[in-house]
Design a protein around this ligand. Structure first.
Ligand code: C5P
Length: 402
């Protein structure tokens, strides 16, 4: 993880049970080459002793704002200046609330106000606390202020419940923290991405869908965050974790995806449509389960809205990037699609070939734009996504300057 080599990470630990994982996080950050200093709140010390963090970081732990000795050694302003990034993990609901309100009544919150370094938080709390409108409002406020929100993940919780609110695992946090130092190709740019399949209901128990895993779109989201973008990912049903720093909106049908996209497209400068949107939906969804009473049955299908086409057709719209999955004559079909839909860029991939495309971990893309093109891969999807994001950033900045 070259991006963390020599970086100074100030790790704030607040009082949640996930604090026990933060000792491992320190180890992992150090393994990645970072220099780590730990600031603990009083609550955190109820869960893990400062000595643990001192041992793993190899540095004294900072925990008091009003200790003259500690201030003389390295005061809060010095710590705030020292940090290349401040990461709070775990960040409790209380810590998020105090940050949102700009409180500065302990060492950690004071440093957060006094630093100009990027601030990231890894929330960890009971799922109901995470879903509470007060927490939601605090997180929205922090995000609007440019604070990076890493996670939380979903799954088993220490309180015995299951849901969203788990702190991301240490390695995921290392990855996300490295992303803070990624390129600044898309710094401050809002990117809206669709990913995954859509699911079109037939009746309450059945639906039509396709083989898309969402892996490519999620990789593009990750790469865009690493390039400094603010990323919103509108995802059809995908069994994939939300990349750190990404705002995810889950939808099922093409119509819901269109609605979610149109509600956010005004705020986006770049739109990447990687979703495999079902072309058709049922003309009429049955209200109750269809019985197998007949030997044959017919379903009437109607066309779904073309989400990408709708966005590309906006009077004042974002830079649009579409995907095309082709089985033959890829270049010609893709270029035709690009022009027909009025896209700024199209990324075409072969489908029906082993090892790339749907659900595979690797991919190769033929990327085309007005007057140019590039071949990417075959390589792991994240690497292909990083190269695609680089191309998008270049073309986008050309159009902004033009
Ligand atoms: O026309 P076709 O489905 O081949 O175009 C593929 C591109 O269009 C992809 O980028 C896909 O995300 C997008 N698309 C869409 N809405 C649809 C169908 C496709 O956004 N209804």
């Amino acid at each position: 993880m070259a991006m963390l080599q020599g970086r100074r990470i100030l790790l704030g630990v607040t009082g949640g049970i996930a604090a026990y994982k933060s000792a491992d996080l320190v180890r992992r950050l150090k393994d990645a080459g970072a220099d780590v200093r730990v600031v603990m709140t009083r609550g955190a010390e109820e869960f893990v002793r400062p000595l643990t963090f001192q041992a793993v970081s190899g540095q004294p732990v900072h925990n008091s704002l009003l200790d003259p000795q500690a201030e003389a050694a390295m005061g809060h302003i010095e710590l705030a200046r020292w940090a290349d990034a401040v990461l709070i993990a775990p960040a409790t609901a209380d810590a998020l609330a105090r940050l949102a309100h700009g409180l500065a009544d302990d060492l950690l919150t004071t440093i957060c106000l006094a630093t100009e370094a990027p601030l990231a938080v890894a929330p960890a709390m009971n799922r109901i606390m995470w879903a509470h409108p007060a927490t939601r409002a605090n997180v929205d406020q922090l995000r609007a202020r440019g604070v990076h929100i890493f996670g939380p993940g979903a799954g088993d919780q220490a309180c015995g419940e299951v849901g969203a609110g788990r702190m991301l695992e240490p390695l995921e946090l290392v990855d996300a923290t490295a992303g803070l130092f990624g390129s600044s190709l898309l710094r401050g740019v809002s990117v809206l991405i669709t990913a995954g399949p859509t699911r079109e209901p037939i009746d309450p128990v059945r639906y039509i869908t396709n083989r898309s895993s969402g892996k490519m779109g999620f990789a593009v989201a990750r790469a865009a965050v690493a390039a400094g973008a603010r990323v919103t990912l509108v995802a059809g049903p995908c069994n994939l974790p939300t990349p750190a720093g990404v705002e995810r909106v889950d939808v099922e049908t093409a119509e819901q995806m269109l609605e979610a996209v149109m509600a956010r497209v005004d705020a986006a400068q770049i739109f990447v449509a990687s979703a495999a949107v079902a072309d058709y939906r049922l003309a009429q969804v049955a209200a109750s389960k269809i019985k197998k009473s007949q030997d044959a049955m017919q379903l009437e299908l109607v066309r779904n809205p073309d989400i990408l086409g709708t966005v590309a057709g906006l009077q004042v719209g974002p830079f649009t990037v579409g995907f095309a999955a082709e089985t033959d004559d890829m270049h010609a079909y893709a270029e035709d699609k690009r022009q027909r839909k009025g896209l700024d860029m199209i990324a075409a991939n072969w489908v029906g070939r082993p090892g790339t495309g749907f659900d595979a971990d690797d991919n190769s893309l033929e990327v085309l734009w007005e007057g140019g093109g590039a071949s990417l891969g075959p390589a792991p999807k994240l690497q292909v996504a990083e190269e695609l994001v680089r191309l998008v950033a270049e073309r986008y900045s050309d159009t902004v300057q033009a």
